[in-house]
Design a binder for this molecule. Structure first.
Ligand code: SF4
Length: 231
């Protein structure tokens, strides 16, 4: 089996796994090209600056008494089947494992899910509008299936949506939130749009309607835990 292709490694973070110090493994490659992607360097399946998995694992092993968890992020970690072995190896060190995923690799998600301790799943928009962001027909239905699988597991999770003002309206966000709440989602984070090309005033203006009191109150009413990430 091919080795996991890793595009970056963060030795310690406090924000990528709830309440735990964690390392982050940024897996190379993503099948989508979301306009707001903050890890565009990781979209290509190959990278000249890729770090060999053996080197990454040695770094994790050397930190196993300093952190409590490892998060596989990306890119889209589940695009590489080798992530399954990576997760197993990290678990063998006694560390918790988290996963950031867009949910579209259902079969690999099904295999890896029982080994995970926490999942952060992107929900891009309403399931029927997914193609507007991903360009892939039917992608929303696969993500819906992965979300249902996650909700039927005992694994801790967060769903999160990054605002894309050119694509999302406030109404889209509320419709999507209603859809996932109806499926049983109880934890949802709304993440501000943060494109580097826009200055602070423009960002604030574009994000403001999505974080208004009216919208916030509606989202708070839908979820047990609503997390606004405005900054
Ligand atoms: S799914 Fe995530 S990693 Fe892939 S292009 Fe979209 S934002 Fe970037």
């Amino acid at each position: 089996m091919d080795e996991l292709v890793v595009g970056g490694f963060l030795p310690v973070t406090t924000i990528d796994f709830p309440d735990r110090l964690a390392c982050v493994v940024f897996c190379q490659g993503c099948m989508w090209r979301c306009a707001y992607c903050h890890n565009a360097d990781l979209q290509s399946a190959v990278s000249k600056s890729a770090i060999p998995w053996g080197e990454v694992f040695a770094k994790i092993e050397s930190r196993k008494h300093l952190v409590q968890a490892v998060v596989f992020s990306g890119g889209e970690p589940l695009m590489q089947p080798a992530v399954v072995d990576g997760v197993k190896q990290v678990k063998s060190l006694g560390l918790s494992v988290g996963l950031h995923t867009n949910g579209v690799q259902y079969e690999t998600f099904r295999v890896v899910l029982p080994m995970l301790d926490w999942v952060g799943m992107d929900i891009k928009t309403t399931f029927s509008d997914y193609h507007k962001i991903t360009g892939q027909a039917g992608s929303g239905e696969i993500v819906k299936k992965s979300l249902a699988l996650l909700l039927n597991s005992e694994i801790a999770y967060e769903t999160r949506t990054t605002i894309s003002p050119g694509v999302h309206t406030v109404s889209d966000i509320l419709t999507m939130a209603g859809e996932i709440a109806a499926m049983g989602v109880d934890t949802f984070a709304l993440q501000a749009y943060r494109a580097a090309r826009d200055d602070l005033y423009t960002l604030e203006t574009k994000n403001a309607p999505f974080f208004s009191k009216e919208v916030t109150d509606k989202l708070k009413a839908l979820f047990k835990r609503y997390i606004p990430r405005h900054h």
